[in-house]
Design a protein around this ligand. Structure first.
Ligand SMILES: [Zn+2]
Ligand SMILES: [Zn+2]
Length: 162
């Protein structure tokens, strides 16, 4: 069941289907060269959410270890059949926060970006909406995230530390 605060998604062959059980903490539109290469297009659109809030409805994505800009690696989770990427974990800390690829949602229009990042390498034809929050490289999440999202993330890190 989809409600105003849940979001269903799937790979292209629909072997893997999932549901985000709440709104994400934050949505990144990343214009870095790594995201451009990994998506084959101009940017990546990622919804950041606690892993425990993502339920599998069908299938099981497969882990693919991938280099990352930070050097800490990225784990991309892909459909084992059609190989579409559904989400990633960054930072080498395990599967605690998922960067869900918004384009795999049934209705991706529901999650526009909260910030545009790495706009120093934005492809020049991509014109951001007036008033969009944008950063030439990374950004200070404590400044940009809503308080309840910062609390959610702090709860994840507190669990990690124990
Ligand atoms: Zn698939
Ligand atoms: Zn990026």
């Amino acid at each position: 069941m989809t409600t105003d605060d849940t979001f269903e998604g799937a790979c292209t062959c629909r072997a893997v289907r999932y549901r985000m059980e709440s709104r994400p903490m934050f949505v990144h539109c990343c214009h870095c060269r790594w995201c451009q290469r990994e998506t084959g297009t101009a940017f990546a659109l990622n919804a950041l959410i606690e892993s425990e809030r993502v339920s599998l409805i069908a299938g099981e994505p497969e882990r693919v270890d991938t280099p990352s800009n930070s050097g800490k690696g990225q784990v991309i989770w892909r459909c084992p059949t059609c190989r579409i990427a559904l989400w990633s974990n960054y930072g080498g800390r395990g599967d605690f926060i998922r960067f869900v690829r918004v384009g795999t949602l049934v209705d991706p229009d529901r999650l526009p970006p909260d910030v545009h990042i790495f706009t120093s390498t934005k492809q020049p034809w991509v014109v951001l909406p007036a008033g969009a929050r944008s950063f030439s490289e990374y950004y200070d999440s404590k400044q940009e995230w809503p308080a309840d999202s910062l609390e959610r993330r702090a709860a994840v890190f507190a669990r990690l530390a124990t």
